[in-house]
Design a protein around this ligand. Structure first.
Ligand code: UD1
Length: 371
């Protein structure tokens, strides 16, 4: 475990309330950054940042810290990859010592990754208050590891911050006390709004004028060779009409090495930094993805999104936004791409409170809640 500096040195200065953030995987970073910044404005707060090391490649982690202007983690647990049980257990056993040494007043956990649920479990047993940012989302599909992480984290959390009203309704139906739940909006969109001008200033760098941007990493799409082959073959077919630009997640890269398809046809890239990826999304004709966060970002940007899943924990992106669920059906995917190319893509609006100020609202709740 790497301790950059001893945990007594913190992001903030003079203070009375100690907030510890736990991040671990790529989608955590853009959610934590705006909250760290909002809490830096509160003189009574000191902050500690713990990185579990779930994502460890420079292009999955370090570059996000730089672009999002996040402080260096005070502690890096360096857990790395492993099976779900092993990774979660490793995070739990390594983070317990940090928590007992730091005894923060509250711990903020983000989203639905293994680092989120591991930290929530440890803290709740140490009687440290757990605050879950991006609470209440449900796909109602327990074959997704993230759904298990969401349910358990929300069960344990003392304060739950939801991005949209469906989250409040889900928590209510699960019996979570209303006073613990705060509808604050979408912190991921805070980061997007702050960095969109930087993204728009990036030159096109030789990318085609019109293209479909693709991301793919869900176990249900990439872990089974036959499913992955079918999806890649449909992308190759789409490439006849529209260039495919595809930054490849490390998990998918490993799985693709065994797939016999005409991969050379596609523009395969390494995982992209946040700002460059935002520029690619904003300029795409259509985004084809199985990511959760990208469904939200495309809705905010008004870019058509085709989601390669049967369900979503973010239904507001379908109800209000530009998102269409196409599952794993190649015909459906190709038909939707054609529809978009014909100018009939789904138009959408921006959900309430996705306004760049969600983190400020969370910071206000935290500072007014009793420690
Ligand atoms: C995790 C999250 C998922 C999130 C995704 C975003 C869980 C359960 N899943 O999935 O919700 O959408 O991150 O990226 O927490 N790897 C590297 N370098 C890295 C990180 C991972 O090579 O920096 C490889 C490892 O071989 C690893 C595989 O990618 O086995 C998967 O990584 P892991 O963190 O286990 O899950 P993700 O699929 O990234």
């Amino acid at each position: 475990m790497e301790m950059r500096h001893k945990v007594e040195t913190h992001i903030g200065k003079k203070m009375t309330m100690h907030v510890l953030h736990v991040v671990g995987a790529r989608p955590n970073f853009m959610k934590a950054a705006p909250l760290i910044h909002a809490l830096q404005e509160k003189s009574q707060v000191r902050q500690t940042l713990v990185h579990t090391g779930q994502h460890y490649d420079a292009n999955m982690s370090d570059v996000f810290f730089e672009q999002l202007a996040m402080p260096k983690p005070d502690v890096n647990l360096g857990v790395g990859s492993g099976s779900h049980a092993r990774q979660t257990a490793e995070i739990m056993s390594r983070i317990e010592g940090v928590m007992t040494e730091c005894r923060p007043d509250m711990v903020l956990v983000y989203g639905d990754v293994n680092s989120t649920v591991a930290a929530a479990l440890v803290c709740s047993k140490l009687m440290i208050r757990v605050c879950h940012v991006e609470a209440g989302l449900r796909s109602f599909d327990r074959s997704m590891p993230e759904e298990i992480n969401r349910i358990v984290t929300d069960r344990l959390a003392d304060l739950l911050f939801t991005p949209s009203e469906d989250g409040d309704l889900n928590l209510k139906s699960e019996g979570v006390a209303a006073e613990k739940v705060h509808l604050v909006g979408n912190v991921m969109i805070d980061s997007l709004i702050r960095l969109l001008p930087a993204a728009l200033a990036i030159p096109r760098n030789g990318f085609p004028e019109e293209y479909a941007l693709v991301t793919l990493h869900r176990p249900s799409n990439v872990d089974d060779g036959a499913t992955l082959l079918k999806l890649i073959e449909s992308l190759v077919a789409i490439d006849n009409q529209l260039n495919i630009v595809f930054p490849v997640h490390p998990r998918t890269r490993q799985r693709m090495s065994g797939v016999e398809a005409d991969l050379k046809r596609l523009h395969l890239l390494e995982p992209m930094p946040y700002i460059e990826f935002l520029a690619l999304q904003r300029r795409a004709k259509v985004v084809i993805t199985d990511s959760g966060g990208i469904q939200e970002e495309t809705t905010y940007l008004g870019v058509p999104c085709l989601t390669l899943r049967e369900n979503t924990e973010r239904p507001i992106t379908v109800e209000m936004g530009t998102n269409v669920l196409v599952g794993q059906d190649p015909n459906r995917l190709c038909a939707e791409v054609t529809r978009i190319l014909n100018g009939n893509g789904k138009a959408g609006g921006i959900p309430p409170l996705w306004d760049g100020h969600a983190a400020e609202r969370i910071a206000s709740v935290l500072c007014s809640s009793s420690v």
